[in-house]
Design a protein around this ligand. Structure first.
Ligand code: F3S
Length: 65
């Protein structure tokens, strides 16, 4: 079982792209102009931590499982 769950409140995302530039490994821009995580269950947070900390609307949460 994965150790962390990456949760994004997609409605809140303003599409600033910070998560995509800080963590392109796991974040991508969608056709709706908002970002989404590629994987939501991870063992190693890696750059997801920075993405969560730097999102201007704080819509990315990391849940420890
Ligand atoms: Fe959206 Fe936050 Fe990324 S506003 S584009 S989830 S940094």
């Amino acid at each position: 079982m994965a150790k962390y769950k990456i949760v994004q409140d997609h409605e809140l995302c303003i599409g600033c792209g910070t998560c995509v530039s800080l963590c392109p490994k796991n974040w991508q821009m969608g056709d709706d102009g908002k970002a989404s995580p590629k994987k939501t269950e991870v063992d190693d947070l890696g750059c997801n931590q920075e993405a969560a900390e730097n999102c201007p609307v704080q819509c990315i949460k990391i849940v420890k499982k």
